[in-house]
Design a protein around this ligand. Structure first.
Ligand code: 6U4
Ligand code: NA
Ligand code: NA
Length: 158
């Protein structure tokens, strides 16, 4: 949509564990999150996700194995523009997990993720990923760690 910046964000899943990365630089430093980033010119959102996963944790995935679970729109009161984040899960991958300059990867049990060290919005949609419930979200931040308002629409509820 119009003037939004598009990002991808992927959570690698193995059984009851999820691979998170501790962000070591840039936007969201010090937070645990999935792997991802901004689209480069000419990339599709899935091509970009494949590239970011390999850059940030060393794993190779195929675009057709990425499952789109949600699309979130984020706005910050102090900053114009909208961030549109396409959120994927993936349970097929190859290669060895490696620490990158940007991320320190670590497996967490799905119900023991470090919520206080993740983005404030994640608590509102994270569990939907594992119930395989697709969603759309809107989040308005008034400070880096506080939400003014949010809305999540669940697309798979009967
Ligand atoms: P550079 O350094 O320009 O290459 P790039 O890797 O393209 O950066 P980066 O690392 O800033 O992008 O990407 C931010 C990542 O954080 C993306 O995967 C999107 C994700 N993200 C942004 N806002 C988020 C939020 N509120 N909650 C969340 N993830 C968010 O869980
Ligand atoms: Na990134
Ligand atoms: Na990037």
């Amino acid at each position: 949509s119009g003037d939004s910046t598009v990002y991808n964000l992927t959570f690698i899943i193995k059984g009851d564990k999820v691979l998170l990365g501790l962000k070591k630089r840039g936007f969201g430093t010090g937070k645990w999150n999935g792997f991802g980033g901004k689209l480069e010119p000419g990339e599709t959102v899935t091509d970009s996700a494949v590239r970011e996963i390999e850059e940030e944790c060393g794993l190779r995935v195929r675009p057709e194995d990425l499952k789109l679970m949600g699309v979130n729109h984020f706005e910050f009161l102090w900053n114009p523009g909208v961030r549109e984040v396409h959120i994927f899960t993936c349970d097929k991958y190859e290669g060895e997990i490696i620490e990158s300059e940007e991320m320190l990867p670590k497996w967490y049990p799905i119900d023991e993720t470090p919520r206080n060290e993740m983005w404030t919005d994640d608590v509102h949609w994270f569990s939907l990923l594992f119930g395989e419930i697709r969603f759309r979200g809107y989040f308005l931040f008034e400070e880096h760690s506080s939400l003014r308002q949010y809305l999540i629409v669940d697309l798979d509820q009967p």
